[in-house]
Design a protein around this ligand. Structure first.
Ligand code: 6PG
Length: 465
């Protein structure tokens, strides 16, 4: 009576996934390491807590865990991304057989995933990197799953992953084979980049609405009215967050304004720099988190640079909504642009519509906008060429300009909203100021430049003095 599927690592996500697999009727084996006095009997204790796990087998011993699985073995690693994955691979390897499949469900770096695929190929073991989104609740009730790697190996785990995943509006699984190598972890990284920006935009509009005199409960009421046109999971949870009270006070007012991060936004920013893609909103959202971390310096410097907030803010609520929607479209344009460029560069042949589709449920960035993108990506890889998107941006832009300029005049910090306007202006400008940059480079470094009145693409150099 061997198990069909193994889960290695019973942290928050691992535990929820085990329950999800068991609820779906799969016979699973669960492993958690034993550390004297710190992690003891984790798997056994966990099994005893939930009825659905009564058929599951629990282990803290690797050989017994591996032996309990049907061949080819399918083992999903739910351990901390980074070096731990490599340690776990080495611990498991002596006990595995040819054709076994390891699945990395953590937020791993896509480059490491490719290295692990290549390394394990030499051992005749398949390695599948999968992005998993949805947090604890998603993992339990159905996450969005982004698998990549060897397609034949994927087919052997497909039915498991599709069964436990969230379902889209047509009841199709929010799980699809993404592409080769680490492409699944790559798109999960971009998912998180988009997530950082969506979170930042909500934080910025919260500040604007607050400056307009709304208390957190009023902001929640405003957000409630936005659901019709801008519905999303992040808008929903932020509405709930705004309403939460602790005694007389709103809880958000008591939370220290220093934002943490676990690295995926950082990788997304580094990756866009490496690929030469202008993901300016992801960078802006990431750096806003970094600025937030300088709390002491902010307090110190605030004394030297007084904020002007005496002007009356001339903004209507529906203009804030339009500004928010404007920036969200630019965010999604930039995120998918990063995917398009990576797909071209690495020959991954990624399907944008399918990626948008598996992001319509289960994951953190699910939204009505994402639903629209599923259709739009069926006919283009560039949403700024789609007439519906063009109309929306043109309709929202006057409000966005007004809101952002009012924020600048009143020293209200809205870097991502402002960058969205600058970016659209930049990417739609026929002649940029890069001619000046080229002349400067040629002046001090003889780097040469090309001329618009010379079609030969020849490099020119001028003796500037
Ligand atoms: C998800 C989330 C999830 C998580 C990350 C990002 O899709 O379920 O993105 O992976 O929340 O850890 O978190 P940081 O904000 O800590 O970087």
């Amino acid at each position: 009576n061997k198990s069909e599927f193994g889960l290695f690592g019973l942290g928050v996500m691992g535990k929820s996934l085990c329950r999800n697999f068991a609820n779906m009727g799969f016979k699973i084996s669960m492993f958690n390491r034993h550390v004297d006095g710190i992690e003891e009997n984790i798997a056994k204790d966990f099994k005893s807590k939930y009825l659905e796990l009564s058929e599951a087998s629990a282990f803290d011993n690797i050989p017994a865990f591996v032996k309990s699985l049907q061949e080819p073995r399918k083992i999903m690693l739910m351990v901390n991304a980074g070096k731990t994955i490599d340690y776990v691979i080495e611990d498991l390897l002596p006990h595995l057989s040819e054709g076994d499949i390891l699945i990395d469900g953590g937020n791993s770096n896509y480059k490491r995933t490719k290295e692990r695929v290549d390394y394990l190929k030499t051992k005749h073991i398949h390695f599948i990197g999968i992005g998993v989104s949805g947090g604890e609740e998603g993992a339990l009730k159905g996450p969005s799953i982004m698998p990549s790697g060897n397609i034949e190996a994927y087919k052997k785990v497909q039915r498991f992953l599709e069964t436990i995943s969230a379902k889209d509006k047509n009841s199709l699984p929010c799980c699809t084979y993404v592409g080769p190598e680490g492409s699944g972890h790559f798109i999960k990284m971009v998912h998180n980049g988009i997530e950082y920006v969506e979170m930042q935009l909500l934080a910025e509009v919260f500040t604007i609405l607050e400056t307009l005199g709304q208390n957190p409960n009023d902001v929640a009421n405003t957000f409630e009215t936005w659901k019709e046109t801008a519905s999303s999971y992040l808008l929903d949870i932020t509405t709930t967050i705004c309403r939460k009270k602790e005694g007389e006070d709103w809880l958000v007012k008591k939370i220290l304004d220093k934002a943490g991060n676990k690295g995926t936004g950082n990788w997304a920013t580094i990756t866009s720099a490496e690929l030469g893609v202008p993901s300016t909103l992801i960078a802006s959202a990431l750096f806003s988190r970094y600025i937030s971390f300088y709390k002491e310096e902010r307090l110190l410097l605030n004394k030297n640079f007084k904020k002007v907030n005496t002007l009356e803010l001339k903004i209507a609520k529906n203009e804030v909504l339009k500004t928010y929607q404007f920036a969200r479209i630019i965010n999604h344009y930039q995120g998918f642009k990063l995917i398009v460029e990576a797909s071209d560069k690495f020959n991954w042949n990624l399907n944008l519509s399918e990626i948008a589709r598996i992001w319509t449920n289960g994951c953190i960035i699910r939204s009505s906008l994402m639903e629209n993108l599923v259709e739009i990506f069926k006919s283009t890889t560039n949403i700024l060429t789609n007439s519906q998107i063009i109309d929306l941006l043109n309709q929202y832009k006057p409000a966005a300009k007004k809101v952002v300029s009012q924020c600048v005049l009143n020293d209200i910090v809205t870097p991502a909203l402002a960058e969205a306007i600058q970016f659209l202006n930049g990417i739609t400008t026929p002649y940029t100021s890069a001619n000046i940059i080229q002349a400067q480079r040629d002046y001090f470094g003889a780097h040469t430049y090309q001329r618009i009145d010379d079609d030969s693409a020849e490099n020119h150099h001028t003796n500037w003095i």
